[in-house]
Design a protein around this ligand. Structure first.
Ligand SMILES: N[C@@H](CCC(=O)N[C@@H](CS)C(=O)NCC(=O)O)C(=O)O
Length: 278
């Protein structure tokens, strides 16, 4: 699998790069960013996967996430994929919460999305294999995090692969897409009306169905305009309580849904991951 380097730039002693490759999962070119801290030749470092939210590309967190300093200090590689396939010939929707920029980390089974919207396969299988081949990552030490739709992605990918990730955290995640308008629209569109098929893509449903993680960190701003209708962290708290999953849910006073919120708490999430990655 070959990758094209779009840019590299020195940061905190390491290298921030942006790369593109032809994805077999989505059938489109896909762009992603990787920060690699300074390291010894031949040394392999733990990796943190960051899944972004609605409307985002790799660039939002790369430009505004403020992860490079903490990742350099803890010596963690940080990978940020795009949120969907893109381009002419790829289905789209006029609204910003469906289609391009809104892949929801599922493999679509419905027209017109099916041929390209395969973000579950992309982030679970193809991108990890690609990154393992081209970057000095220690795949025995992986952590995952994400924001909003990407928080949903991080939680559901980790809950489906508890042996792969030593750490899972999220910023303002969609915790129960099957119970909120964003998720009902996206999962209904990509997976069809049978709600049983949605449960593998819903963190609360996965926990109700028996999935377990050793612990979880979630930060949520209490001035986030999406909190009450779309994010509903109380549903995750109830599911974790019933399942005995230790959830650290921090309601952050006055913070909204933006990258000002994410960047404020990014260092805490990197430290949480670093502690568990050893
Ligand atoms: N475009 C939407 C907002 C979408 C939004 O807040 N997206 C979040 C993820 S769910 C985000 O990170 N946006 C990109 C950014 O802030 O850089 C609106 O107009 O209300």
């Amino acid at each position: 699998m070959t990758i094209e380097t779009l840019s590299t730039s020195r940061a905190y002693g390491g290298v921030q790069g942006v790369y593109r490759h032809q994805s077999t999962a989505t059938g489109t070119p896909m762009t992603f960013s990787v920060f690699v801290p300074e390291h010894e030749p031949g040394e392999r470092l733990p990796v943190v996967w960051y899944l972004s939210g609605l409307t985002c590309t790799h660039a939002n967190v790369t430009d505004k996430g403020e992860y490079r300093g903490p990742c350099a200090r803890h010596r963690l590689i940080f990978v940020a994929p795009d949120t969907s396939p893109r381009g002419e010939g790829v289905a789209d929707d006029p609204s910003w919460d469906m289609g391009q920029g809104a892949g929801f980390y599922v493999d679509a089974t419905q027209a017109p999305w099916m041929p390209h919207f395969r973000m579950r396969s992309y982030v679970e299988d193809e991108l990890p294999a690609l990154v393992a081949e081209h970057f000095p990552v220690d795949m025995a030490r992986q952590a995952i995090t994400g924001h909003s739709m990407g928080g949903h992605g991080a939680l559901t990918v980790a809950l489906r692969h508890p042996d792969r990730f030593r750490s899972c955290t999220a910023f303002a995640p969609i915790v129960a897409p099957g119970q909120v308008p964003w998720g009902e629209k996206a999962l209904g569109g990509y997976l069809g009306p049978d709600r049983a098929a949605w449960r593998a893509h819903d963190a609360v449903a996965l926990i109700e169905d028996g999935a377990r993680l050793p612990d979880l960190l979630v930060d949520q701003g209490d001035a986030d305009g999406f909190l009450a209708e779309q994010l509903r962290p109380e549903l995750l708290a109830a599911a974790c309580e019933a399942a005995g999953i230790p959830l650290t849910l921090r309601m952050q006073p006055g913070y909204d849904h933006s990258y000002n919120f994410i960047s404020t708490f990014m260092a805490d999430h990197i430290a949480w991951a670093a502690k568990r990655l050893g």
